[in-house]
Design a protein around this ligand. Structure first.
Ligand SMILES: [Fe+2]
Ligand SMILES: [Fe+2]
Length: 200
């Protein structure tokens, strides 16, 4: 088991329906989400090997990977980090080092979005018959599988433990409650946008 997995298990037990886990800290759900993102990256790695050996890709797989990255990794996960954790940290007197680390994480999120957008563009070209776009698809997928684990490690091992020190237990629990509420809204936001897109 990876050290980060061990840490996640120590601080976050899975909630039983109807029961709040009073031992969970706010970073618990974020670390659990990191584990699912890692599993998706592992799937993407396998597909990359296939792309290289077969010299083709299923554009539907790319659509699924993009949906996962945009809705889960970016909106649901980065959303909680940026809209709640980072927002709360901007009200604290962060050390220069921690402030720089937070800014770097925000830049990483932007980089992830740009890479995903380029992946969507390449997939659309590939789908329309541009076989040369396969190289771009593979390159963007490769970028994502190399970049995300480093980002996750910075958060799990350095930034989350460091940022926890700025919050009281009550503040941490208030963020956790806001995380659950944030998650609850995402599914509605997602499918409202699906219907709006179809209507348009
Ligand atoms: Fe992040
Ligand atoms: Fe994260």
């Amino acid at each position: 088991m990876q050290p980060t997995q061990t840490a996640a298990r120590l601080i976050c037990r899975v909630r039983e329906p109807g029961k709040e886990d009073t031992n969970m800290q706010a970073r618990g759900p974020l670390m659990i989400e990191h584990r699912l993102i890692e599993r998706m990256l592992s799937v993407i790695k396998d597909v990359l090997t296939e792309i290289k050996s077969k010299n083709k890709v299923d554009p539907v797989f790319v659509d699924i990977a993009v949906d996962f990255i945009r809705v889960y990794a970016d909106r649901t996960h980065h959303g909680k980090e940026e809209d709640i954790l980072f927002r709360e940290l901007t009200n604290k007197s962060l050390s220069t080092k921690d402030r720089q680390a937070m800014n770097e994480l925000i830049e990483d999120h932007v980089f992830g979005r740009q890479t995903t957008k380029a992946l969507v563009d390449a997939n659309s070209r590939y789908r329309n018959g541009d076989e040369a776009a396969l190289t771009d698809i593979a390159e963007k997928l490769q970028t994502l599988v190399e970049f995300y684990p480093k980002h996750i490690e910075k958060e799990d091992k350095v930034f989350f433990p460091a940022s926890r020190a700025y919050f009281t237990d009550e503040e941490d629990q208030a963020m956790l409650a806001e995380f659950w509420e944030f998650d609850r809204k995402v599914i509605h936001e997602k499918y409202k946008s699906v219907v709006q897109d179809l209507e348009a």
